[in-house]
Design a protein around this ligand. Sequence first.
Ligand code: NAP
Length: 315
Amino acid sequence: MPNVEHVTIIGSGPAGHTAALYTSRANLKPVMFEGFSAGGIPGGQLLTTTEVENYPGFPEGIQGPALMEAFRKQSVRFETRIFTEDVVRVDLSRHPFTVASAERELTTRSLILATGAAAKRLQLPSEPKLWNKGISACAVCDGALPIFRNKPLVVVGGGDSAAEESTFLTKFASKVYLVHRRGELRASKIMQERVLKHPKIEVIWNTVVADVLGDEAVSGVRLKEVTTGRERTVACGGLFYAIGFTPNTDLVAGQLELDRDGYIVTAPGSTRTSVPGVFACGDVQDKKYRQAVTAAGSGCMAAIDCERWLAAAAA
Ligand code: NAP
């Protein structure tokens, strides 16, 4: 069939690029939509991380953006065609599948979904008014901005992101309050230790943010203690969310089986989805591990599953 791609990859984090590397080396001439603004920025969440110390092969650590640039270069070296465009429509009801961005539409025999997950928001009453005026879901991207310098800042969450972001923000803030809804952190022990012993970080336990205050810029937060219901105001110049992620599955909702939380369901031990010829890898199908290295590993699995599926379909 003319002009039908063998494999199209949507997403450009570690999962997408590893899938590109393996499918290109299998002579499948992959096309990748690396995204433009949907789901954040092309390159995925590593682009919003500073030091990555847990990706094997880098004994001194590596900056997230540098790691993603290396991934991308490797995909390009093996001739993956990369479009810096958001996919706006996918039709999985007919084979070959259709994938469309605002700029182009193509058909493809197989599809690898590696669209990742996006940071969650608290949906506070004043959030729309103050978004990007002192509220951010990415301390690493925004923390160095002048509006946050030498001011008290608030981070919400209790996981590794909250620990990492609050530690990072101590470089700029006069003080960092880490507001967590429970009495113990979910973060790994080593990250917890960094937070708990840091002289500039104060953890506010068993507390939620009821609203954010300010008109043109964030001036404080209204906190509510969960156990007593008692409210108080804390002055701050910024509010950073680190409360987890939502999988980027809008494109395929209603076309593929998703779980209760919206993640793509894959067959155990594989990257096969509910539609034959469609594979999913990385954070869009993984809420358990969510690491760069597990995303890359599942990208490799998707490429191998895809290659075998195409070979079987052609036989
Ligand atoms: P996470 O582990 O899901 O933690 C989310 C945190 O936000 C939890 O503490 C949760 O509270 C809290 N939370 C969720 N919804 C909330 C709400 N509506 N209001 C208040 N608090 C809320 O997410 P994450 O920290 O982003 O980490 C995601 C994954 O990435 C994890 O596997 C993590 O290990 C990994 N990660 C690794 C690194 C690193 O190693 N350098 C850095 C960042 C992330 P509860 O605890 O009460 O549920």
